[in-house]
Ligand binder design. Structure first.
Ligand code: R5P
Length: 314
């Protein structure tokens, strides 16, 4: 009888699961730790007066399977650098495997060059993270193609079904609306889950916070719109879509559903100025204080389940 010994598998099986958090979303990290029935490993993170970051992970992580939770939301540069420094600290403390758990992947929108002279921002990030982490876990990328140019394995989690479950009570006179062409597939996915029709808005971006609607395809008159997108940043895309839908006779109030609540600047005020009854988002980023319009879907169980599965080799 031949017995084959796989030393890598054996050492993987004995690795200790360690969860560590940057300052990007400590509340989510704590909730994930609770679901995993563990505590967050200690890490010291400071910003020096000159703005430089100083981090230190636990001294001994020898043989540990480390999961580093850090969304790279605003300020993306600091959150990214913190993630890289923490990953480096963990490696130097002996971590055997490091997984960057990024509930929100900043710069994912720079997935292609739209004009000569532009960089491929998403590629720059996956390359940088790949120098320090062995794997990335992330939620609802702006474009799943980002996985294609990631040099390390990337686990892409979707939450469409979880968001759709919260929309089931809406009547069959609703219509799923993609506020731009990039969201058409997403709207179709929601529509399939909810058995509702789809419409989409053809938008043109004029600047970082201004967009213009060219036309709407699909029946929206006398229907209650559910506008779906991967993220709400300045709110410009959703607000323009709502204005255009109203001009074409949709019913109000409008419901909005998006995975990532970036909600930069006065985005919430802009949305509150519209006939919106609720904004369904996840806690992939820290919620911006109290906002009665926001209904938050907790993704801690999803992240914890994924970490458990990856740790156990699933
Ligand atoms: C862009 O294509 C994205 O899917 C979102 O529609 C966009 O990033 C939302 O940004 P904002 O809220 O600033 O319009």
């Amino acid at each position: 009888m031949t017995v084959t010994i796989n030393p890598q598998k054996e050492s993987e099986e004995t690795m200790k699961l360690t969860l560590l958090s940057g300052r990007g979303h400590p509340a989510l990290a704590a909730a994930v730790a609770e679901h995993l029935d563990t505590t967050l490993a200690e890490a010291r993170i400071e910003t020096f007066p000159d703005g430089e970051l100083q981090v230190a992970a636990a001294a001994d992580l020898a043989g540990h399977d480390v999961y580093l939770l850090q969304p790279t939301g605003p300020p993306a540069e600091r959150q990214l650098l913190e993630l890289l420094l923490l990953a480096d600290a963990c490696r130097r403390s002996g971590a055997m495997r490091i997984t960057a758990v990024m509930p929100y992947f900043g710069y994912a929108r720079q997935d292609r060059r739209t004009a000569p002279g532009e960089p491929l921002g998403a590629r720059v990030l996956t390359d940088a993270i790949g120098t320090r982490a062995d794997r990335i876990v992330t939620v609802h990328l702006h474009n799943p193609a980002v996985e294609g140019f990631c040099t390390k394995p990337l686990e892409h989690l979707l939450v469409t079904d979880r968001l759709a479950d919260r929309l089931r009570a809406i009547g069959d006179d609703a219509v799923l609306v993609a506020p731009d062409l990039g969201a058409v597939k997403l709207a179709q996915h929601f529509a399939d889950l909810l058995d509702l029709p789809v419409a989409y808005v053809h938008k043109e971006r004029l600047s970082g916070d201004r967009v213009q609607v060219r036309r709407i395809v699909g029946q929206v008159a006398d229907r209650q719109p559910i506008v779906v997108d991967d993220m709400i940043s300045t709110g410009g895309t959703v607000v323009s879509a709502i204005e255009a839908l109203r001009e074409r006779g949709c019913r109000t109030p409008v419901t909005v559903a998006a995975t990532h609540a970036v909600l930069a600047g006065d985005a919430l005020d802009r949305l509150a100025g519209q006939p919106v009854d609720r904004i369904l988002v996840t806690n992939s980023l820290p919620p911006p204080g109290e906002a009665s319009l926001l209904e938050i879907v907790d993704i801690a169980p999803l992240l914890a389940g994924t970490i458990r599965r990856l740790h156990e080799g699933g």
